[in-house]
Ligand binder design. Structure first.
Ligand code: SF4
Length: 349
């Protein structure tokens, strides 16, 4: 696969493979409503996710990470590129054929209150996807729902309640139970804890990790909070203006970020150790418009290391270290890496 490290080479069976996936939204202006421009939400993104693996997807608000999650789920149609699920392309399937794959691809969203039908009891919210995909008696389905409530830490007596009667954390547990109901293989988690209190965040993240171990789930975990992503992910992809600029194992990315944007994101994360030092890299300027991304490297308008080539030539993902992909001209030729210091986290002292 182009631009990513195939699961097979990591000893993980590939489940989802995405190649050059692109999603552009037309911007209509004028009395005839013709598309005058396009929002480049996702541009030629490639990655894969293995069985039982969590790929974290990080970046600032508006970088395209949520759109990427929705496109992978086929909630919005891709503009170009391919999505392969267990060896079969699903990006070109019609809605009817896609339905049989929906069972295996589920989602947990940021705002469970908005994604749960307020007029349905919790029991029916979780039972609905089971009824959609399976045959079963009322008693059998009720048993399944009861078990799912137990798995996500909800009580049986809460099955008769409506979403407004749950706390934020409980509602997210309900959303997770609903996602688990059709026995999925992969769940796209789109900022699943960012609306929750910090203490509840940890509980929900640990629940997701426990469920992954128990059911062998894979996650595409979309978040802007790097501490959360570091906790739950096996590998991490960093997005900037619709493109993946760095992808590596969690350990490699957090210990030795190779892209200046990743470096800046990490520099903004507080370290819970008063003796620890981290090099500060403050980003200048605003995120450019995704309607007209800058030429060359999309990050060059904010990058402290930008040089002439960056303004005219877009870097492609290269693999300077095994399994560590980065799109930056500084990382292509060894002689140019001296233009910037090492980005490793500095030790204590
Ligand atoms: Fe910065 Fe140039 Fe690397 Fe882009 S290619 S991140 S502008 S050094």
């Amino acid at each position: 696969m182009i631009g990513t490290v195939a699961s097979a080479s990591r000893g993980v069976a590939p489940l989802l493979e995405v190649a050059a996936l692109t999603k552009h939204y037309p911007v209509h202006r004028g009395i005839f409503g013709r598309a005058q421009a396009h929002v480049h939400a996702v541009d030629e993104v490639s990655f894969d996710i293995g069985e039982g693996e969590t790929l974290g997807l990080v970046g600032e608000s508006g970088c395209g990470k949520s759109t990427l999650g929705k496109t992978v789920l086929r909630l919005v149609p891709p503009t170009a590129g391919t999505i392969t699920w267990r060896g079969k392309r699903i990006d070109n399937l019609d809605a009817g054929t896609m339905r049989s794959f929906r069972r295996e691809l589920q989602a947990v969203f940021q705002d469970p209150y908005a994604s749960l039908n307020p007029r349905m009891r919790a029991e029916d919210i979780v039972a609905e996807p089971i009824r959609n995909f399976e045959d079963g008696t009322v008693a059998e389905i009720r048993d399944r729902v009861r078990t799912l409530f137990e798995k996500v830490g909800l009580r049986e007596e809460q099955m008769r309640k409506y979403p407004y009667e749950f706390s934020g954390g409980q509602r997210q547990r309900l959303g997770i139970a609903r996602a688990l109901a059709p026995k999925p293989k992969l769940i796209v988690c789109d900022e699943p804890v960012s609306a929750l209190d910090v203490s509840v965040q940890a509980q929900v993240i640990n629940l997701l990790i426990d469920l992954q171990r128990e059911f062998g789930l894979s996650y595409l975990f979309v978040a802007h909070d790097l501490a959360v992503v570091e906790h739950i992910s096996h590998r991490v992809a960093v997005m900037y203006l619709g493109r993946i600029v760095e992808l590596a194992s969690k350990e490699a990315l957090f210990a030795n970020p190779l892209h200046p944007y990743t470096e800046a994101l990490l520099a903004a994360v507080p370290i819970p150790d008063p003796k620890a030092r981290r090099k500060r890299l403050i980003l200048a300027g605003d995120v450019p418009s995704p309607i007209k991304p800058p030429p060359g490297c999309r990050f060059h308008t904010r990058c402290p290391y930008a040089f002439d080539r960056c303004r005219v030539e877009e870097p492609v993902l290269k693999e300077p270290a095994p399994g560590h992909l980065v799109a930056c001209h500084l990382r292509e030729a060894p002689e140019t890496t001296s233009q910037r210091p090492s980005t490793s986290r500095e030790g204590s002292g």
